[in-house]
Unconditional design. Structure first.
Length: 265
């Protein structure tokens, strides 16, 4: 994979994925995801997903050409477990990424992981034909927020090699305080924190996203655990000062799950 002209580099995407049931849904959220590919100037050579659902000690990358599909959820309708997303992986891309990232010892998973629903549930709408190789990068849950931002900065070079980087999580994700009703009116605290994140993105105040997310009760309610928030830091880290911010989707589902999705590029 040779570097491309900077003017043709891939954007980076953060996608709020919410409930696995969104994989089956046909609504304004899935319609917004379905419009993403047509807005890109080129088809990616590969996709690298950082999903909230692959938490490890150390940083790993999927490294087989035939990743398995992981149904990492329980108690959902049988129909959801029948969803297929037969994307190929790319051992060659995994080796390339490993060689480019000097700050972190990225380890190969050797087929132990695959594509979890943080990846396939959104890619099913973005690239429904599953015709682009997909890799996942794990989240080292032992590391502080700044580590994930800096690793995102290291990943920035991949954009010039035709790789689309996608972070999949939620900027507000509280399953202890949520409604089973998808269309529930957003809880005030969730809406306020989601808007705070939006403001930091618009101002490119990424330092606040790293250091101030838990400074208020709103932040602690919105991010009771870091798993769904950290993919955001990879995406802002992989962006640069010339990237244009575009919000893809901005609503909140189930009262306390922010589906905010955006591109930088």
């Amino acid at each position: 994979m040779s570097a491309q002209n900077n003017n043709n580099k891939m954007p980076v995407l953060f996608i709020g994925h919410g409930s696995p049931m969104n994989a089956l849904a046909q609504n304004d959220y899935t319609l917004a995801l379905g419009n993403i590919a047509s807005k890109l100037s080129q088809t990616p050579k590969a996709i690298l997903c950082i999903s909230a659902h692959w938490l490890t000690e150390g940083t790993y990358i999927t490294s087989t050409d035939t990743p398995k599909i992981i149904y990492d959820f329980y108690g959902f309708p049988d129909e959801l477990y029948q969803v297929k997303y037969p994307a190929k992986g790319s051992q060659a891309a995994a080796i390339k990424i490993h060689s480019l990232i000097e700050s972190t010892n990225i380890k190969f998973d050797n087929g132990e992981w695959g594509l979890d629903h943080g990846s396939w549930s959104v890619l099913k709408h973005i690239y429904p034909n599953a015709n682009i190789p997909v890799l996942q990068l794990s989240i080292d849950i032992r590391q502080p927020a700044e580590y994930h931002l800096k690793l995102g900065q290291q990943l920035r070079v991949l954009r010039e090699n035709g790789i689309l980087i996608i972070g999949s999580g939620n900027v507000v994700h509280n399953l202890r305080n949520f409604s089973w009703k998808e269309t529930e009116h957003p809880f005030d605290w969730a809406l306020e924190f989601d808007l705070w994140v939006k403001q930091q993105l618009e101002n490119k105040n990424y330092s606040a996203l790293v250091n101030e997310y838990h400074n208020t009760p709103l932040g602690k309610l919105s991010i009771p655990t870091l798993d769904h928030y950290l993919p955001l830091l990879y995406i802002v880290g992989a962006s640069d000062e010339h990237d244009k911010l575009e919000f893809i989707y901005e609503k909140i589902q189930n009262g306390s799950i922010a589906m905010r999705s955006f591109s930088l590029g």
